[in-house]
Design a protein around this ligand. Structure first.
Ligand code: TRP
Length: 347
């Protein structure tokens, strides 16, 4: 079987720099290092519908946006298979069988799902499908025999639940499914990039994002109005770097070379942080540096995105071919699952 990657995103909006440092950048690196036998990248539209049932147009419109973001970041359809979840009905059938291996109490205990339920104010009106989306995600992962799931920290509970399902399935029906591992970003700042307002994580619904497709002027405006240490009122005051989103973004994005180019009076981020902590370093100077760093990183992505935007028919063709190729693999897994479960009556 070999080493297989599966990961993906819900098409509910354009992708932002939280997605980028949390997973996209790593995927592209893994793709280009060539250490995996297969890489599947899924646009999880069926999952997006679990809390957007009344808004299928939004999900439909964002399929192309997410695909453009992927290609812009450097995912290469010759090396990675990009697919659309709902176009592979085998995934839905797997989900239905896996549902029997999960109790309602277990589904309700998933911490990511719990916090999403709160954020969406579902209260007593949780869609069954929403509660079950981690089970569907287990189907996504196992259908392709994924060994590795590069994702952000919020996906940890999904992987835990998936591994439980795999374990239970294999115990009940015989060794059939592969147990996956999550691959988290090594840099802790990338695990959960906070929003521009310093709150929770960057998220479209909170309106605190820098998008991969943002224009340079918008990026600059957003960075210059970022939240910093609220007690760092005057330049001379000592400042905090720890819970300061400007420094967290620098942790996620900046390299020593950026100092040579944009801020040569410091050698590295540690020196910049030390100065800020001691006092005497203003927020505007740090933000201008952050702006230069992020502009440099996003410029080639935006340029490539604009090129792909002129060829959307070609992008849909990439999705169609990727989906067809992935479907064959999911069919084989479903076949194995049905045999293991003894529901292959006509074989
Ligand atoms: N839950 C992921 C997100 O919100 C998307 C996703 C769906 C996924 N299926 C997956 C991620 C399988 C990793 C593996 O973006």
């Amino acid at each position: 079987m070999g080493k297989v990657i599966l990961t993906g995103d819900r098409p509910t909006g354009k992708l932002h720099i939280g997605h980028y440092v949390g997973s996209l950048r790593e995927r592209v690196a893994l793709q280009n290092e060539g250490g995996f036998d297969k890489i599947y990248i899924m646009i999880a539209d069926a999952q997006a519908l679990t809390d957007n049932a009344e808004n299928p147009q939004k999900v439909r419109d964002n399929i192309i946006e997410v695909a453009l973001d992927y290609l812009a970041c450097g995912l290469d359809p010759n090396k990675s298979t990009i697919l659309i979840q709902s176009m592979i009905p085998e995934l839905t059938e797997l989900t239905f069988y896996y549902m029997n291996l999960v109790t309602v109490a277990r589904a309700q205990r998933n911490p990511t799902v719990k916090s999403e339920i709160k954020m969406r104010n579902f209260e007593n009106n949780i869609p069954v499908g929403f509660l079950a989306y981690p089970i569907s995600q287990a189907a996504d992962i196992t259908a392709f025999g994924a060994t590795t799931v590069p994702a952000g920290e919020d996906q940890k509970p999904m992987l835990e639940q998936c591994r439980e399902i795999v374990h239970k399935f294999n115990t009940l029906y015989g060794e059939t499914l592969v147990e996956p591992n999550i691959l988290l970003p090594k840099n802790s700042a990338c695990l959960r990039l906070p929003g521009l307002d310093g709150k929770a994580k960057m998220s479209k619904s909170l309106g605190n994002c820098i998008y991969l497709s943002d224009e340079p002027e918008d990026i600059k405006k957003k960075i210059m109005s970022m939240f910093t240490d609220p007690n760092h009122l005057r330049v001379e005051d000592p400042g905090e770097t720890e819970n300061n989103p400007v420094f967290i973004y620098l942790d996620a994005f900046c390299k020593d070379e950026h100092f040579k180019e944009f801020l040569p009076e410091y050698n590295n981020l540690d020196e910049l942080k030390a100065h800020y902590q001691k006092g005497g370093l203003g927020d505007v100077k740090v933000k201008k540096f952050l702006n230069n760093v992020i502009q440099q990183e996003l410029e080639p992505i935006r340029t490539r995105r604009k090129e792909w935007e002129t060829k959307t028919a070609e992008v849909y063709e990439i999705l169609k071919q990727g989906t067809a190729e992935a479907k064959k693999v999911a069919e084989q897994t479903l076949h194995n699952v049905r045999s293991a479960m003894k529901i292959n009556y006509f074989d």
